[in-house]
Design a protein around this ligand. Structure first.
Ligand code: SF4
Length: 331
């Protein structure tokens, strides 16, 4: 379950217009309404910038009654608040969005000093002993080289490193996020795939599979695995709407499954005809996007394909050969 607690945000990112479309503070989902949501395996709290919420600690407290793993995605802009939350919830996961090295990050995020803040927080969280920490990059046209530098940095700091490619969607309020220097971007993702296959941990080989999926997406191909948004995951909007994913675009289709304020019984929403209708739309969705929120659950559900691909390519890596990206093991 991904809970978008606000669309307010202090950043001014070039690849995302959430900041220009903020939610009204007094109308955002409340901790009491979050209590109505179901128990799940994993909760991602995101935004906007979740740390603008003054009641974030209450929200987290409730989330930990619903899932054993809770991860907050943040820009890292509110340094002190992140540290306060980490002190209060040492089991919390924290992912900081960093879009490149200092100059590129601050240019893309539209606020100077963001890179330094992000890095400072991560180092502090590590000193504090938090285990579930890392940073994530959204790759657009001009930061894929920096992605490799950030990957090195994540290895040296012993932190998680998540990747995404920019997408168009209602969520980002962006419709011109198109990678037009595919060769360079896919080439850098391919380097990353080969580096991750060299690592010793199987988790990194699955990350390599995920990044192979991003190359596939950027090249405009069909998703590697079916999309089951609305079945294996869902998104809760700041005003209580339940959507299958955050990748929708009105020009293709855009329907919600229900609203937790209008129907304060989640099971009723989940089992409704409308939810089933949405799942049918998902089955035929033409977007083929590949974002961690909707790719990761199906990578686990249809483990065979990712397993065969990563196993085969790990062996190739051990023999000094590059990964074969186009082996298709679709389910
Ligand atoms: S492919 Fe899946 S995740 Fe992407 S917009 Fe369609 S339903 Fe959402």
């Amino acid at each position: 379950m991904c809970i978008i607690v606000t669309y307010r945000c202090p950043m001014r990112c070039k690849m995302c217009n959430i900041w220009a479309n903020p939610t009204l503070k007094e109308k955002e989902i409340t901790p009491e309404e979050i209590k109505l949501l179901p128990n799940v395996k994993f909760i991602n709290i995101t935004g906007g910038e979740p740390f603008v919420r003054e009641d974030l600690d209450k929200i987290i407290e409730i989330c930990f009654t619903k899932a054993s793993r809770v991860v907050i995605s943040t820009s890292g802009w509110y340094e002190e608040k992140v540290i306060e939350i980490a002190e209060k919830f040492p089991n919390i996961g924290i992912r900081i969005s960093i879009e490149g090295l200092a100059e590129k990050n601050d240019e893309l995020r539209g606020r100077p000093g963001g890179f330094d803040k992000g890095l400072r927080i991560l180092k502090k969280l590590k000193e504090m002993g938090l285990k579930d920490i890392g940073f994530g990059i959204t790759v657009s046209n001009n930061n894929s080289a920096d992605m490799l530098a950030l990957y090195d940095l994540s290895l040296s700091l012993g932190m998680e490193f998540a990747t995404a490619a920019f997408h168009n969607s209602y969520y980002f309020h962006k419709y011109d996020n198109v990678i037009d220097n595919k060769e360079e971007v896919c080439g850098n993702f391919e380097k990353l795939v080969n580096l991750q296959l060299k690592e010793n941990h199987p988790k990194s080989w699955f990350r390599a599979y995920f990044n192979r999926g991003l190359i596939n997406y950027i090249e405009g191909n069909k998703r590697l695995l079916p999309c089951e948004a609305g079945l294996v995951n869902f998104f809760v909007e700041p005003y209580g709407d339940i959507y299958p994913c955050n990748g929708l675009e009105e020009k293709y289709w855009m329907e919600k499954m229900g609203n937790i304020r209008e129907t304060p019984d989640f099971q009723q929403i989940w089992n409704s005809e409308q939810a089933e209708k949405v799942r049918n739309l998902v089955r035929n969705c033409p977007k083929n996007c590949w974002m961690v929120g909707t790719a990761s659950p199906v990578m686990k559900k249809y483990i065979q394909g990712p397993l065969i691909w990563s196993g085969t390519n790990k062996l190739r890596s051990l023999m000094g050969k590059p990964a074969v990206l186009d082996i298709k093991y679709n389910t």
